[in-house]
Design a binder for this molecule. Sequence first.
Ligand code: BV8
Ligand code: ZN
Length: 282
Amino acid sequence: MESGFPRSDMKAFREVIKNSRHILVLSGAGISAESGIPTFRGQGGFWRKYQATDLATMDAFERNPSLVWEFYSYRREVAKSKEPNAAHLAIAQLEKRLEEENKGRTVTVVTQNIDRLHHRAGSKNILELHGSLFQTRCTKCGEIEETYKSPICPALEGKGAPEVDVPDSRIPIDSLPKCDRCQGLLRPHVVWFGEDLFPHVLTAVDNAMEKCDVCLVVGTSSVVYPAAAYAPDLAKRGVPVAEFNIETTPVTGAFAFHFCGKAGDLLPLALDKDDPPDVSAS
Ligand code: BV8
Ligand code: ZN
């Protein structure tokens, strides 16, 4: 990579994409911001008086499963009420186009998001690093279920309001989501802080990392590990990495490209089939 700051030459980046075979997209909360889903940092990061890092832990769930379920029930309803945006769609359309070309070129999405907007945009090849809002895991028998029920159980009806002064509903544990098989307490099938990522996902990510010859890292502050290490690792191996973000991040300097702006504006410019009219530097 040339010395100095990453390039923001969209024409050059589109050339890299055209000559690539296996495209890896690493996404974070910022790709869903324009869909109306709050990110973790900045204003949107709060629910009531909590940060996500206060509630996205096994410790919080053991201490107060009702509060943690209110938090996730709220986020399920928010995610269901929103739509994928132009960034999700540009990635899904690229995947479809390469599939139709039938030359063995691939797109793999590795997302930190649990909102499933990439799925709803039409992407097929998706790895959910941190699980999904729409899967539960039984704390007793380990059964993993997919559920889009709204609300996930009667006791959570009308619960989960995000305002700071809303009291904790203290739902009795017996009224929280239960396993159909063993009546055990269900938890969201997401990776909480301090928890290991799912081995089968990590293996699939390693394979995608091995294979890829270009990487886009979109809408992530790159502070949570191990997710934050993937793009810098690729850059170290000489894979061209392009960061798409409304700000720079602690890892921006490691990348070949940095495009400053909203993902919904930039991803179509980078990935759409036809060159945008003015492919000058963004
Ligand atoms: C683990 C699921 C092994 C749940 C999530 C000290 C140093 C280093 C690491 C650690 C440490 N202490 C602990 C750790 C490990 C810890 C960690 O990294 N902590 C951080 C806080 C330092 N990691 C873990 O615990 C991981 N497990 O390491 O296992 C282990 C085992 C036992 C003991 C220790 C270690 C598990 C981490 C997974 C946690 N689960 N999510 C849920 O969602 O509820 S993390 C969650 O937060 C997200 O999934 C995501 O990963 C992260 C938020 O990051 P982003 O997605 O980047 O979102 P953010 O809001 O931060 O940024 C948005 C970005 O978008 C910004 O840059 C913004 O500028 C940009 N943006 C905004 N709008 C737009 C935009 N860009 C473009 N367009 C726009 N419109
Ligand atoms: Zn069970």
